[in-house]
Design a protein around this ligand. Structure first.
Ligand code: 4GP
Length: 828
C-alpha cells in the first residue's frame, strides 16, 4: 500500500474536473500545445476539435475513475451488455451535454476563435453497427449510465465500421470506413489488459489423482485480446460507465520454429492474421452469413469478455454459486451465445465445478433478447466448421443438448417429433448448431422487443419452447431511445421550447414530463413557435440536400421521409412505387388540380448489404425516379425525390427533426420493433405506417388520430401468402400502371427492374400488391390533412406529449427489475 507521505502528494496533485470556462480554455490550450504539438498559429478546426475533445475526455476519465471505484467498493451486482454492435455516432456533443459543460465549452472555444458547430463536424461517426440492433445497444448504455445502474458494455473494436456509401450512376458503391485515421480521443487503450484466446486444437481427457475426469483443450492457435475502454457518461449524474471494446493482436509468442527455419516472412504474416479478427464489422442487417471469420470474432469477443468478468468476480473471493448474484449478462441477439458455453467450460474444466451446479449458475446469469423473426437472420453454424474451430465447445454443446432432450423426453414421452424440433443440433447435411435454441436453453429469460414481436416469438419460432418451459420464461421489453441524443442533441430548439412549458429540462431524465405540453396543443402562440422550429429544421435539412444532391428544396412542402436499412421487408419498393404513382397522377393533372395538390419532398436514405441484389436494385430505382422527376418541369415543386447517400447516425440527427411524415411500412409481423419510428414522433413528425412492431404501441400512446395506419394485419399475412402461392391473385391496378411506366423505360433501362417487378407479380412475399391500395388511400389522407395547419400542428404536439413511454430509461428499468435484478448506485 502507498505510504502516507506519498499519499499526500497524490492527493495534492490529484486531477480535478474543470469547473468554469477559463479552466476549460487552459486545458484546451495545453492540449493544443503539448498533446498535439501545435500552436495558436496552426490550430485549425480539426486540431481544435482534438484539443477540445481531449479536455472533455480528461474530465470524463475523472468521473469514470470515481464511478468504477465506487462500484467496486459497493460490490453490488452489475450487468454486462454483450453486443457485437454499438452504433454510437459522434461522442463530443453527447459528452458535453451529459457532463453539463456544453455552455462552457461553446463559449470557451468561441473566445479562441472557433465555432463549436464546426468542431463537432470534424468528428467521424463511430459506426460500429448496422442498424436498429446496434443503435439500440448505444441508447441502452446511455440509459444504463443515466439511470445510475452499474453496467458495462462489451463489444469489438472494429478498425472498419459499416462501409461508406456513395451513389455512382444511381447505384450503391461501398468504400471502407477507416474511422481511426486521426486516433480516437474517446477511447482509453488498456495495454495492461491482455487476454490469450485460443482457436482450433484438440481435446483430450484423463482421470486425475482424485479419480475425476478432466477435459483439456490444447494445441490451438493463440491470439491476444487487448482492451480499449470508452467512457459512457450518464446525463445529469456523475456516473460514467464503461464500454470495453476488444482488439485482436498477435501474441508475443513468435513462431521461432519458422523463424529458425529461415521463414521469417511467413511468421510475420501469421502474426498479422491475428489482427484481422477484429478488423471489420460484418455489414449485414437482419441477415446471417455463415463465415468462419465471423464465428472467430464471436468467440474471440465472448472469451475475452468472460475472462474479464470472471477475473473481476474471483477478486471478491465469493463461492461460485453466488456468481449470478453478482453478475447479469444480457445477450444482444444470438451473436454472443457462445458465452453460455464458455462460462460452462470455465466452470467445469477450469474451476472444477460439477456439471449441474455449473449449469445452474450459467442459466441464472444469462438473459437473451431476440430482435427478429425473419428466418434468414437466425444463426446456425455448420457442425464441422464449429468442431474444427472450437472442439471443446462442441463437446459441451452436445452435453447440454443431451441433458435438455432427456428432460424434454421425460416431460413429453409421447411426442417423438418434438425432440427433433427443439434439438440444438439440426439434422441437416451438414448438421447445424441452432444458436437461438442454445440461447434460450442457456438463459433464464428470453425477451422480444415490442409487444407484437414478443407474442410472435411465442407463437411461431419459439413455440415449442413455450410448451417446454411455460410462458413465464418469455417476456416483452419494448425498445426505447435516449432523449439526450434524439431530442436534445438533434433538436435543441424544440427542446428549449418544451423546457419553457415544462419549467425545466427534467424531461430529459423523466420523459413522461412531456405530458405537460399537451394543454398547449391548441395554443396559437405555442403552435407558431412549434411550426417555426419545424421550418428551421427543414431548412437545415434542405441546406444539406442542396450540398449533397444539388437541388433547392421548398421548405413549405410536406417532407416525407423513409430512412433505414434497405430491405424488402421494410418495403422501400412500395414507397418508390407510390412515388411513381404520384408522379403519373401529377402528369395527368389539370392546372386547376395542380393548385390543389400538396407539394411533397420524398426523402430516402439507407444502406443495402453489399451482397443483397434486390435491395441494391431498389436503390437504383429510387435514384432513377429521382433523376426523371426532379428534372421534369411539368412537376415543379409538387414532387421532388432525393436519395441521401451514406445515411448514418449523424445524418439521422439532421433528417429526423425535419420530417412531417415518416414511413414505417414493413409487412405486418416482420419489423420486430423499429426505433426510428419513436425518434420521428418525438421530434414532432407523424407516422405513416403499418400495424407492426412498436407502431402499435406508439398508436396506443399518442392516439389513433395522430398516426396514419394502413395495410393488412399480421394475422392475415400467412393466408395471403398462401393465396399467392396457390392461386392467381390479380395485381393491384394502380401498381400495374406503375409497372407499365417502368417497363416502357420511363426511368431508364427497364431490364434492370425485371426481377424487382417479378418479386411482386410472382409470389409477392412481402404483400406489396395486397397493401398498395390501402397505402395510396393513407397517402391521400396525409395530403389532405397536411393542408389543415392548425389540426396538423396540434396532432404533432399531442403526439410528442405522449411519447414518454419510449425513453430507453424506461426500457432499462424494466430489464433491471425483471431480468437483471440490479439496483442503481447513487454517486454521492
Ligand atoms: C432490429 C429489428 O429489425 C428492429 O425492428 C428493432 O427495432 C431492432 O433490431 C432493435 O431491437 N434487428 C436487427 C437484426 O437489426 O439484425 O436482427
Amino acid at each position: 500500500s502507498i505510504p502516507s507521505e506519498s499519499r499526500q502528494v497524490w492527493q495534492k496533485f490529484g486531477v480535478k474536473e474543470f469547473g468554469g470556462k477559463e479552466e476549460f480554455q487552459q486545458e484546451f490550450i495545453r492540449h493544443v500545445e503539448t498533446t498535439l504539438a501545435r500552436s495558436m498559429y496552426n490550430c485549425d478546426d480539426l486540431a481544435a476539435y482534438q484539443a477540445a475533445s481531449q479536455a472533455i475526455r480528461d474530465r470524463l476519465i475523472v468521473a469514470w475513475n470515481k464511478t468504477q471505484q465506487k462500484h467496486t467498493t459497493k460490490d453490488r451486482k452489475r450487468v454486462y451488455y454483450l453486443s457485437l454492435e454499438f452504433l454510437m455516432g459522434r461522442a463530443m456533443d453527447n459528452a458535453m451535454l451529459n457532463a453539463g459543460i456544453k455552455d462552457i465549452t461553446k463559449s470557451g472555444v468561441a473566445d479562441l476563435g472557433f465555432k463549436i458547430e464546426d468542431l463537432l463536424e470534424q468528428e467521424p461517426d463511430a459506426a460500429l453497427g448496422n442498424g436498429g440492433l446496434g443503435r439500440l445497444a448505444a441508447c441502452f448504455i446511455d440509459s444504463i449510465a443515466s439511470t445510475n445502474y452499474p453496467g458495462w458494455g462489451y463489444g469489438l473494436r472494429y478498425q472498419y465500421g459499416i462501409f461508406k456509401q456513395r451513389i455512382v450512376d444511381g447505384y450503391q458503391v461501398e468504400s471502407p470506413d477507416y474511422w481511426l485515421t486521426f486516433s480516437n480521443p474517446w477511447e482509453i487503450p488498456r495495454y495492461e489488459i491482455q487476454i490469450d484466446i485460443m482457436f482450433y486444437g484438440y481435446t483430450r481427457k484423463y482421470t486425475n489423482d482424485d479419480g475425476k475426469v478432466v477435459h483439456v483443450w490444447e494445441g490451438g492457435e493463440q491470439v491476444q485480446a487487448v482492451a480499449y475502454d470508452v467512457p459512457v457518461p450518464g446525463y445529469g449524474t456523475e456516473t460514467t460507465n464503461n464500454l470495453r471494446l476488444w482488439a485482436s493482436k498477435p501474441t508475443r509468442e513468435f513462431d521461432f520454429e519458422k523463424f529458425n527455419a529461415g521463414d521469417y516472412e511467413s511468421s510475420v504474416r501469421e502474426s498479422q492474421k491475428a489482427e484481422t479478427i477484429s478488423a471489420v464489422l460484418y455489414p449485414n442487417d437482419n441477415f446471417y452469413s455463415g463465415k468462419e471469420l465471423r464465428l472467430k470474432q464471436q468467440y474471440f469477443w465472448v472469451a475475452a469478455s468472460l475472462n474479464d468478468i470472471v477475473r473481476r468476480f474471483k477478486k471478491t473471493h465469493r463461492p461460485w454459486k453466488e456468481f449470478p448474484d453478482q453478475v447479469a449478462i444480457q445477450l444482444n441477439d444470438t451473436h454472443p451465445t457462445l458465452a453460455v458455453v464458455e462460462l460452462q467450460r470455465i466452470l467445469i474444466d477450469m474451476e472444477g465445478v460439477e456439471w449441474d451446479a455449473a449449469w445452474n449458475i450459467v442459466t441464472n446469469t444469462f438473459g437473451y433478447t431476440n430482435h427478429t423473426v425473419l428466418p434468414e437472420a437466425l444463426e446456425k453454424w455448420p457442425v464441422p466448421l464449429f468442431t474444427n474451430l472450437l472442439p471443446r465447445h462442441m463437446e459441451i454443446i452436445y452435453e447440454i443438448n443431451l441433458f435438455f432432450l432427456q428432460k424434454v423426453e421425460k416431460m413429453f414421452p409421447k411426442e417423438r417429433d418434438l425432440l427433433g424440433r427443439v434439438s440444438i443440433i439440426e439434422e441437416s447435411s451438414p448438421q447445424q448448431v441452432r444458436m437461438a435454441y442454445l440461447a434460450i436453453i442457456g438463459s433464464h429469460k428470453v425477451n422480444g422487443v415490442a409487444e407484437l414481436h414478443s407474442e410472435l416469438i411465442k407463437t411461431t419460432i419459439f413455440k415449442d419452447f413455450v410448451t417446454i418451459y411455460g410462458p413465464d420464461k418469455f417476456m416483452n421489453v419494448t425498445n426505447g431511445i435516449t432523449p439526450r441524443r434524439w431530442l436534445h442533441q438533434a433538436n435543441p430548439k424544440l427542446c428549449d421550447l418544451i423546457a419553457s412549458k415544462v419549467g425545466s429540462y427534467d424531461f430529459l431524465k423523466d420523459l413522461n414530463l412531456l405530458k405537460k405540453i399537451e394543454p398547449f396543443a391548441h395554443d396559437p402562440k405555442f403552435q407558431d413557435e412549434w411550426v417555426t422550429i419545424k421550418k428551421f429544421n427543414k431548412a437545415r435539412l434542405a441546406a444539406h440536400i442542396k450540398q449533397s444532391n444539388g437541388y433547392d428544396v421548398n421548405v413549405n412542402a410536406l417532407f416525407d421521409v423513409q430512412v433505414k436499412r434497405i430491405h424488402e421487408y421494410k418495403r422501400q419498393q412500395m414507397n418508390i412505387f407510390g412515388v411513381i404513382h404520384r408522379y403519373l397522377s401529377i402528369k395527368a393533372m389539370t392546372e386547376e388540380e395542380k393548385k390543389e395538390a400538396t407539394p411533397r419532398v420524398c426523402i430516402f436514405g439507407g444502406k443495402s448489404a453489399p451482397g443483397y441484389y434486390m435491395a441494391k436494385t431498389i436503390i437504383k430505382l429510387i435514384n432513377a425516379v429521382s433523376e426523371v422527376v426532379n428534372a421534369d418541369t411539368d412537376v415543379g415543386d409538387l414532387l421532388k425525390v432525393f436519395f441521401i447517400a451514406d445515411y448514418n447516425v449523424s445524418k439521422a440527427e439532421i433528417i429526423v427533426p425535419a420530417s412531417d411524415i415518416s414511413q414505417h411500412i414493413s409487412t405486418a409481423g416482420t419489423e420486430a420493433s423499429g426505433t426510428s419510428n419513436m425518434k420521428f414522433v418525438l421530434n414532432g413528425g407523424l407516422i405513416l405506417g403499418t400495424v407492426d412492431g412498436a407502431n402499435i404501441e406508439i398508436t396506443r400512446e399518442v392516439g389513433e388520430n395522430n398516426i396514419f395506419l394502413f395495410g393488412h394485419l399480421a394475422e392475415s399475412v400467412e393466408d395471403l401468402r398462401h393465396k399467392h402461392r396457390f392461386s392467381d391473385v390479380p395485381l393491384d391496378p394502380n401498381l400495374e400502371k406503375v409497372f407499365n411506366a417502368i417497363e416502357i423505360g420511363t426511368f431508364g433501362d427497364p431490364n434492370i427492374y425485371v426481377s424487382l417487378i417479378s418479386s411482386v407479380t410472382g409470389s409477392d412475399y412481402y404483400l406489396v400488391s395486397d397493401d398498395f391500395q390501402s397505402y395510396l388511400d393513407a397517402q391521400k389522407l396525409v395530403d389532405q390533412d397536411f393542408k389543415n395547419k392548425d389540426t396538423w400542428v396540434s396532432r404533432s404536439i399531442t403526439a410528442v406529449a405522449n411519447m414518454g413511454f419510449f425513453s430507453s430509461d424506461r426500457a432499462i428499468d424494466e430489464y433491471a427489475e425483471s431480468i437483471w435484478n440490479i439496483e442503481p448506485i447513487a454517486m454521492d
